[in-house]
Design a protein around this ligand. Structure first.
Ligand code: NAD
Ligand code: ZN
Ligand code: ZN
Length: 413
């Protein structure tokens, strides 16, 4: 009996992940394994952070997580990063399309498969996995196109917080709790569609690779996939949270010779250099608009700009900081309904404006490779994690983010 297969808490156990004989395990651990196995097919009662209504702090509740239905996977979440988008859907709702509440946020997690529903072939019980808010079914027109990663599988449903059958798998106080973009990682357990999960290396540290479920993959991919940053180019990255710092790392990997990191928080200067920034500019240190400052510093405009803030004013500045002669601006920051205004001349002479979702990665196939890149030292992840918190402290994680104290807080379940 493989510990990895049967004991879904094995990552926390003191014995090695390679242990293969059940009898070698301490008795207490063995009992834990048996208890764990007994959850299959049953409703699991566990803790989750519930968002009862917009604008209100998350509340830690006992929730019920139903067994997975056909083509679904129930995951024991081990760790979850806290992304700006989680905060924005709770506190910045006026800039977003309406989402149903109550809801469980969290979409940057990693965990272990507890059980699978009928028909699941891609993962099995005990696998280490990353749940994905963007599926890759491999069969829809968009999955078959090299131009996009926007798989259409159950898109409308998961955007409305439910799975394929129109319901969520989580309830609390006899009420259905919606699953944020079909995921909900601020819960000890969740259920996701089979196409919204990917199996990763069994030795991957879940408290780090969870960041590949959103922020780091997004920023890195925005530079290497969407922007297609070129060797020797000059880049500017606006906003140095995890997404922006990952974009800096992507520009460096692509061979950019100048990477200008831009943030209104001066504390981000040093950390940006860790990820490869060659310069730091604080817009508050200048009386001129930041786009003018950057154009002056780059002989008329930079080759690539990446907006990683989520502010329409910054988006316009990012477009205008690009060289009119072929500069490329990638919008990464997430705002759904507020309007972005541009003068036609911003584009007319030849700038390109692009957007990116999850860094352009085809999620199921790309994330395990990014995990391997981290494990082989090609990608930084540890450096993003500034705070480790428990689920009870999730509201503190929001506070650290908004006050600029954290790069990423990781919630360990
Ligand atoms: P974060 O809150 O951790 O970081 C944002 C950074 O922007 C902070 O360092 C802040 O000081 C800086 N900032 C704020 N105003 C600024 C300004 N006017 N000029 C320069 N810098 C400024 O956020 P994050 O988690 O890194 O996410 C960044 C954005 O990316 C958010 O809008 C998030 O919703 C979005 N996002 C998009 C995708 C996608 O698929 N496109 C995925 C994940 C996150
Ligand atoms: Zn995110
Ligand atoms: Zn698809």
């Amino acid at each position: 009996m493989q510990c990895r297969k049967e004991h879904f808490n094995w990552h926390k156990c003191s014995i090695s992940a390679t242990l293969s004989i059940a009898d070698e395990r301490p008795q207490s651990l063995y009992q834990k394994c048996v208890v764990a196995m007994e959850t299959e097919g049953k409703v699991i009662e566990c803790k989750a952070a519930v968002a009862w209504e917009p604008g209100k702090a998350l509340s830690i509740e006992e929730v019920e997580v139903a067994p997975p239905k056909a083509h679904e996977v129930r995951i024991k979440i081990v760790a979850s990063g806290v992304c700006h988008s989680d905060w924005a859907y709770l506190y910045d709702v006026a800039k977003m399309k309406p989402r149903p509440f109550p809801l469980i946020l969290g979409h940057e997690g990693a965990g272990i498969v507890e059980s699978v529903g009928p028909g699941v072939t891609k993962v099995s019980k005990g696998d280490k996995v990353i749940p994905l808010f963007l599926p890759q079914c491999g069969q829809c027109e968009r999955c078959l196109s090299p131009k996009t990663n926007l798989c259409t599988k159950d898109w409308d449903k998961t955007q409305q917080g439910v799975l394929a059958d129109g319901t969520s798998r989580i309830t609390c106080k006899n009420q259905q709790i919606y699953q944020f973009i079909g995921v909900s990682t601020f819960s000890e357990y969740t259920v996701v569609p089979e196409d919204n999960v990917t199996k990763i290396h069994p030795d991957a540290p879940l408290d780090k690779v969870c960041l590949l479920g959103c922020g780091v993959s997004t920023g890195y991919g925005a530079a290497v996939n969407t922007g297609k940053v070129e060797s020797g180019s000059t880049c500017a990255v606006f906003g140095l949270g995890a997404v922006g710092l990952a974009a800096v790392m992507g520009c460096k990997a692509a061979g950019a010779s100048r990477i200008i990191a831009v943030d209104i928080n001066p504390d981000k200067s040093e950390i940006a250099k860790t990820f490869g920034a060659t310069e730091f500019v604080n817009p508050k240190d200048h009386s001129k608009p930041i786009q003018e400052v950057l154009r002056e510093q780059s002989n008329g405009g930079v080759d690539f700009c990446l907006e990683c803030v989520g502010n329409v004013g910054v988006m316009r500045a990012a477009v205008e900081a690009c060289s009119p002669a072929g500069g490329i601006c990638v919008i990464v920051g997430w705002i759904e309904v507020e309007e972005l205004s541009l003068a036609p001349l911003d584009i007319l002479l030849g700038r390109t404006l692009k957007g990116t979702y999850f860094g352009g990665w085809k999620s199921v196939e790309a994330v395990p490779k990014l995990v391997q890149d981290y494990m082989s030292g090609k990608l930084l992840l540890d450096e993003f994690v500034t705070h480790r918190l428990t689920l009870d402290q999730v509201n503190q994680a929001f506070n650290h983010m908004i006050t600029g104290k954290s790069i990423r807080s990781v919630i360990e379940m």
